[in-house]
Write a protein that binds this ligand. Structure first.
Ligand SMILES: [Zn+2]
Length: 161
């Protein structure tokens, strides 16, 4: 449905904006109340469920919208983190960039899916950082290659719990 598409686009391209924070807080509220969810909300709820440490922050929408995570670099931005989980889920479901689905599945055999996502996130962040630094479009192939490398070698990446 187009509403979900728009939500997903906002999550993937403007993960820090207020609408995205309201979206995740809204999903958390629905998880508590048991209200029906759209497909994208159900997916988001599965990832929220994996992060009980975020429950408190997601339960106060006004505070969540107002918070400036840039001024607290030591603090994980749960909205950015959850947005990246949704982005990677979407990338795997449509296999774009090509090969990402297989690479994440391969990695998930070595770790669990959540850990595989966290490792893929490092590679995704690297791709976005390189793109910003060089002014070139994001290099999807390098991103997939990075995830494949983690899946096929022991690698030094350690996920934080
Ligand atoms: Zn996570």
């Amino acid at each position: 449905m187009p509403g979900s598409r728009d939500t997903l686009r906002a999550i993937m391209f403007n993960p820090s904006q207020a609408d995205v924070r309201r979206f995740f807080c809204g999903v958390r509220a629905k998880m508590i109340s048991g209200a029906p969810m759209e497909a994208i909300e159900t997916l988001a709820s599965l990832w929220i469920d994996e992060h009980p440490e975020y429950f408190d922050e997601l339960s106060d929408m006004d505070a969540a919208v107002a918070r400036n995570y840039d001024s607290e670099p030591e603090r994980t931005n749960p909205f950015l983190h959850l947005s990246m989980h949704l982005s990677i889920s979407e990338q795997c479901s449509v296999d774009s960039p090509r090969g990402i689905r297989q690479a994440v599945e391969l990695l998930a055999k070595k770790r669990d899916l959540h850990d595989a996502h966290h490792a893929a996130m490092e590679c995704l962040g690297q791709m976005l950082w390189e793109s910003q630094r060089s002014g070139r479009p994001p290099d999807g192939e390098a991103y997939v290659a990075g995830v494949q490398r983690l899946a096929t070698t022991d690698g030094s990446f350690k996920s934080t719990p």
